[in-house]
Design a protein around this ligand. Structure first.
Ligand code: AMP
Ligand code: TRP
Length: 352
């Protein structure tokens, strides 16, 4: 029997439930993106909630991107979403730059957010640590204001993300609250982060204390959604672990980051809790557990990879899907933006 791994969304009386989330097409999708975000995006769509999903190409260029690669990665991410179960007729799926309301609202939010708020963001601090912060792009600093605009252009109420995005969502709440307060309106919802399940923070396969990331220089540290079955299997079998067998309680994983990570990955892939996995594998050696995890990962990921590769053979069709999604997104965001311009006191008299 599976224990429930999801909690129902809290509802707001003033704002209808709408989900928004985004992923940067700044590299290929990883198992971290899949378990921390994508798999849960599909679950929300399948629950019948209104869902808007965005490939945030404008966030991606806050650090240099090769234009040819960026376009390829955006299509590949779109293919990954669809292969993982996003139905572009039920969810709205598009790339950010095709809906200009995001950039326009981000400017207004740049004027709401404070320098101090941005400077406290750990992602900003991490990305500039040990480097010359003066040389970072202004866009990288202002990144969370664009993220708030992504969400609030749709008055989205809930945002499924991995653990690493929690602080950015708090900043999105602060922006909504300050906007509502400064203009004496109840215009923007205060969004709820949805961070749930066993894999809100999937760690590197080489270091249980570092996040699995598309930007890690070591390809062995991550599973890419484009990896074939053999590669997935090898990476898991070679994943760093300690020498002890698996414990008989989840508490026994406390100071064992690599073991904990593999158990969490297993749980998230199987749709179980970590406690259920531990109940099944108490006392097992990694020589037993890793092959079981490799088989499970291949069984879950291989169909997605195969479908992704099939979709990538027709880039024009992917572009068509993104364009159609962008038109639907624009129809939602444009009226919100027009009201924002009105609230802040801008003249809107251009003949339509
Ligand atoms: P990014 O790839 O940074 O654009 O992240 C897109 C989404 O995937 C966000 O919701 C992240 O929180 C989530 N995500 C990225 N890496 C991980 C990870 N290692 N574990 C869990 N979630 C992740
Ligand atoms: N900052 C997010 C990340 O790197 C991506 C993102 C951009 C996002 N806009 C968003 C996530 C809006 C959720 C909602 O993971």
């Amino acid at each position: 029997m599976s224990e429930p791994v999801q909690t129902p969304l809290t509802k707001s009386a003033a704002f209808p439930t709408r989900i928004f989330s985004g992923i940067q097409p700044s590299g290929g999708l990883t198992l971290g993106n899949y378990l921390g975000a994508l798999k849960r995006f599909v679950e929300k769509q399948d629950e019948g909630i209104e869902t808007v999903y965005c490939l945030v190409d404008m966030h991606a260029i806050t650090v240099w991107q090769d234009p040819v690669k960026l376009r390829h990665q955006t299509r590949e991410a779109a293919a990954g979403f669809i292969a993982a179960g996003i139905d572009p007729t039920r969810s709205i799926l598009f790339n950010q730059s095709q809906v200009t309301a995001h950039a326009e609202l981000a400017w207004i939010f740049n004027c709401i957010a404070r320098m101090g708020w941005m400077g406290r963001m750990t992602q900003w601090k991490d990305k500039t640590a040990g480097k010359d912060a003066e040389a970072a792009s202004l866009g990288l600093f202002a990144y969370p204001a664009l993220m708030a605009a992504d969400i609030l252009a749709y008055k989205a109420t809930h945002v499924p993300v991995g653990e690493d995005q929690k602080q950015h969502l708090e900043l999105c709440r602060d922006i909504a609250i300050k906007f509502n307060h400064d203009y004496k309106v109840n215009f923007f919802p205060v969004v709820e982060p949805v961070i749930e399940g066993a894999a809100t923070r999937v760690m590197s396969l080489r270091d249980g204390t570092a996040k699995m990331s598309k930007s890690d220089p070591s390809d062995q540290s991550r599973i890419n959604l484009t990896d074939d079955a053999d590669t997935i299997s090898k990476k898991i079998r070679k994943a760093k672990t300690d020498m002890d067998p698996l414990p008989d309680h989840v508490e026994g994983l406390k100071d064992r980051p690599e073991a904990k990570n593999l158990v969490n990955i297993y749980a998230a892939l199987a749709g179980h809790t970590p406690a259920q996995v531990i109940a099944d594998y108490a006392g097992a050696q990694f020589g037993t557990f890793k092959p079981a995890l490799a088989d499970l990962a291949v069984a879950k990921l291989e169909p997605i990879t195969t479908e992704m590769n099939r979709l990538m053979k027709d880039p024009a069709e992917i572009d068509r899907i993104l364009g159609a999604g962008a038109a639907r997104a624009d129809a939602l965001a444009r009226p919100v933006l027009e009201q924002v311009y009105d609230i802040v006191g801008m003249i809107r008299s251009r003949p339509m």
